[in-house]
Structure formats: C-alpha cells, structure tokens
Design a protein around this ligand. Structure first.
Ligand SMILES: Cc1cc2nc3c(=O)[nH]c(=O)nc-3n(C[C@H](O)[C@H](O)[C@H](O)COP(=O)(O)O)c2cc1C
Length: 274
C-alpha cells in the first residue's frame, strides 16, 4: 500500500512548553513539508483529521496519568483512521499508566496509534534549589526525537500502519529504592497529614502587573489586575506562571520538589516503540 501523507499535525497540551517542543522535533524529523499545530493548552479546539495526515499527540504526565485538562481539551478532536504517534512527557520520575492511557484515548477518538514514546522534560516543580531534569529536552533529546520522526516516516512509507502496544515500551531506569522511598513518604504524608500543596504565591514587591501570568495560565486561575492572587479552585499547579514570570515573582512550594529532586536525579533515557 502506498501511503501519501500530506501533512503532520501536532496536537499538544503543554503549560511549560516541553511537550510541545518534543512534538515539534518529532514532526521536523519526519521531513513532512507541511506541519500544522493544534495547541490545547488554553482551550479545546474542534478538529477532524484525515487519513492522509499524521497526528503527533503529546501531553505531560501529572501524577502518573495524562494531565486531566489535556484529556478534557481533546474532547473535540477526532481522527478518521488517522495514523498517530502518542508521546508522554514526564519529569524524570515515572509516567506510570499515562502512555497507555494516551494511546487508548487516541484510539477511541479514531486514530491508529502506529508509534509511541516517553520523553523526559524538565519537571514543572524544578527550581535551582530542587533541580529535576533541568534543561530537558536537551540537544541529545532533540537528536532522538528527530531520529524517531524519521523512523515513523519510514514506517508509513513502507505502507506499514500496524498498531503498537504502548504497554510494551521499556520502563525508565530507576535508582534502587527510589520509588519505594517516594511511595512510603507519600503514605506517611497521608497518615500524618499531607503538607499542603498550595497554589503559587506572588511576591507583591516583585510583581509589575505585566499580565503575562494571566496569559500563560491554561485555566484562568489568575485575573488581570489582580495578579498576586491565584484562584485555588482553578489552579492546576502546572507552573506555567512560575516559570514564565520575567520578574521571578511567583513560586510554588511543593513538598514534592525536594522529594523528587533527591530520589529521581538519574539521567533517564527517552524510550520509543514503533
Ligand atoms: C501537577 C503535576 C504533576 C506531575 N506529575 C508527574 C509524575 O507523576 N511523574 C513525572 O515524572 N513528572 C510529573 N510531572 C512533571 C511533568 O510531567 C513534566 O515537567 C513535563 O515536562 C511538563 O510538561 P509541559 O512542559 O508540556 O507542561 C508533574 C507536573 C505537574 C505540574
């Protein structure tokens, strides 16, 4: 069968940009001339994709699952036998069930999942004091994403649209005992009372009310003119406002940051299945 793929469409939800960057590298790697982007970070987008295009769907892992808002925002997207690659981007801890969940979701929506990957992105909670996968995706990740894109195009060119089993992808390498420490610490927090994960706080003396955080927030948790206040009912703790603030006025003090920084500081490799 001769497949003629006319364009690649990235479908991303990416508050701090890493999931989008990985999807864009993979799209570039395919060599497909026309690349479109559907950005679900700020709103749901209605789209129906054809069988003559490649969908590159990427979303971050939150708590071992696909970020809830990403799932919600994909509600108005559908494929029509559209070949797709799904990518879970995670902050160097683990992606747990997220990749299988994303593959299932894509399939339910009419996509044919012909490739999948897990890529590491700098953790949303990473700070200079608690660094986690700083700077990733880096040049090495970029090279792997480009190569992966090329391999996907080869598979399509060979007329091979066979579906992959996302569950069969290689697991991330862990430092011995890291996951046990992580889980037992959370279990202890649950019984002793969880240190609360608050919304980001704003240092009012640094905030210049430029409104950038209002634009960056994927869920309208910050109101223009009232930038020092974050609505806890809308905040998803994605840290787009924290990382995007030019004045460094916003911080999120998550108890997870030191726990993850200490236990998941080995360099994890990206994994692909095709
Ligand atoms: C609320 C929340 C939960 C997260 N949970 C996980 C997790 O379970 N495992 C992990 O490795 N990274 C986790 N991360 C880190 C993100 O998956 C990672 O930083 C990703 O690169 C962010 O994608 P983005 O840049 O597209 O927003 C979490 C981040 C947030 C904000």
């Amino acid at each position: 069968m001769d497949m003629d793929i006319k364009k690649a469409t990235t479908i991303t939800f990416s508050p701090t940009g890493t999931s989008r960057t990985v999807a864009n590298y993979i799209a570039q790697g395919t060599g497909i001339a026309q690349i479109d982007g559907i950005d679900l970070t700020h709103e749901a987008v209605k789209a129906s994709l054809g069988s003559d295009e490649l969908a590159i769907i990427s979303a971050p892992v939150y708590g071992g699952k696909v970020a809830r808002l990403a799932v919600d925002r994909m509600s108005e997207i559908c494929g029509n036998g559209t070949p797709a690659v799904v990518i879970s981007v995670y902050g160097n801890r683990h992606y747990e069930n997220a990749l299988v969940q994303l593959a299932d979701l894509a399939r339910e929506k009419g996509f044919v999942v012909i490739a999948a990957a897990t890529f590491v992105g700098e953790h949303s909670y990473s700070t200079p004091a608690n660094p986690i996968a700083v700077g990733r995706p880096d040049d090495g990740d970029r090279a792997q994403a480009l190569q992966f894109g090329a391999a996907i195009k080869q598979k399509i060119d060979a007329g091979n649209l066979s579906e992959i089993d996302a569950a069969a992808i290689d697991q991330p390498e862990q430092i011995e005992g890291a996951m046990a420490t992580f889980k037992s610490t959370i279990a202890r927090w649950m019984t002793e009372g969880m240190p609360s994960i608050k919304t980001p706080t704003t240092d009012a003396s640094l905030c210049v009310h430029c409104g950038l955080c209002v634009k960056l927030c994927p869920n309208q948790a910050i109101e223009a003119g009232n930038e020092c206040v974050t609505n806890p009912d809308r905040c998803i703790k994605c840290c787009a406002c924290v990382k995007g603030c030019n004045q460094h006025a916003r911080t999120l003090n998550s108890p997870f940051a030191p726990l993850i920084s200490q236990n998941f500081n080995n360099h994890k490799e990206n994994k692909t299945i095709i």
